[in-house]
Design a protein around this ligand. Structure first.
Ligand SMILES: Cc1cc2nc3c(=O)[nH]c(=O)nc-3n(C[C@H](O)[C@H](O)[C@H](O)COP(=O)(O)O)c2cc1C
Length: 171
């Protein structure tokens, strides 16, 4: 078993893309997660919500805003198995309203992260990591939080060398 886990949430479908809307078959964060695995190995785990978000970008924006406001913890379909066996956990997500989608809070609150190394990565349309690193610090009590990597969503597919270099330097 590898001791690296790459856990991420990524939404396919209609998304904001360089000032317009575009339907994407593979999520931006998923692309980055795959580049990390290619560079440093480890196991990939995609977080998925029981209740799917709308395929429509504008509707999803509202759904996400409501969840953030109400501090929701949306149910997720599955948690990674053998989570306790991993020492190094890359945590990936799109920036939604300045932080992680709330399902990442659902995920991270489930586990004792004491002694683990948490390495965040975030795709976004310009807001960078937002407040996600601060939120992670609060969530990941007792863990070592490494500096995160922000990737512009529309550049995710061309980010392999940057992602690989950062990932190798982070472990
Ligand atoms: C609900 C929602 C909220 C978003 N909020 C922000 C934001 O606050 N700042 C930002 O830069 N991008 C925002 N975006 C754009 C996404 O962060 C960006 O498109 C990201 O690359 C999507 O990754 P994914 O394809 O892995 O889901 C938002 C997108 C969605 C769907």
């Amino acid at each position: 078993m590898a001791d690296i886990l790459i856990v991420y949430y990524s939404r396919k479908g209609e998304n904001y893309w360089n000032g317009g809307l575009k339907t994407i078959a593979k999520g931006n964060t998923e692309r980055v997660a795959e580049f990390i695995q290619k560079a440093v190995g480890g196991d990939l785990f995609e977080v998925d919500t029981v209740k799917p978000y709308s395929d429509s970008y504008m509707t999803c924006i509202e759904e996400a805003k409501q969840e953030l406001r109400s501090k929701a913890r949306p149910e997720i379909k599955a948690f990674p198995e053998n989570f306790d066996d991993y020492d190094t956990i890359f945590v990936g997500y799109p920036n939604w309203w300045g932080t992680m989608p709330m399902c990442m809070f659902t995920l991270l609150e489930k586990f004792d992260l004491t002694g683990k190394t948490i390495i965040p990565f975030c795709t976004n349309e310009g807001s960078g990591m937002g407040s996600s690193e601060r939120d992670l610090k609060n969530l990941c009590n007792g863990a070592v939080l490494k500096p995160g990597l922000s990737i512009h969503g529309s550049e995710a597919e061309n980010s392999e060398s940057k992602v690989a270099e950062w990932a190798k330097n982070s472990i």
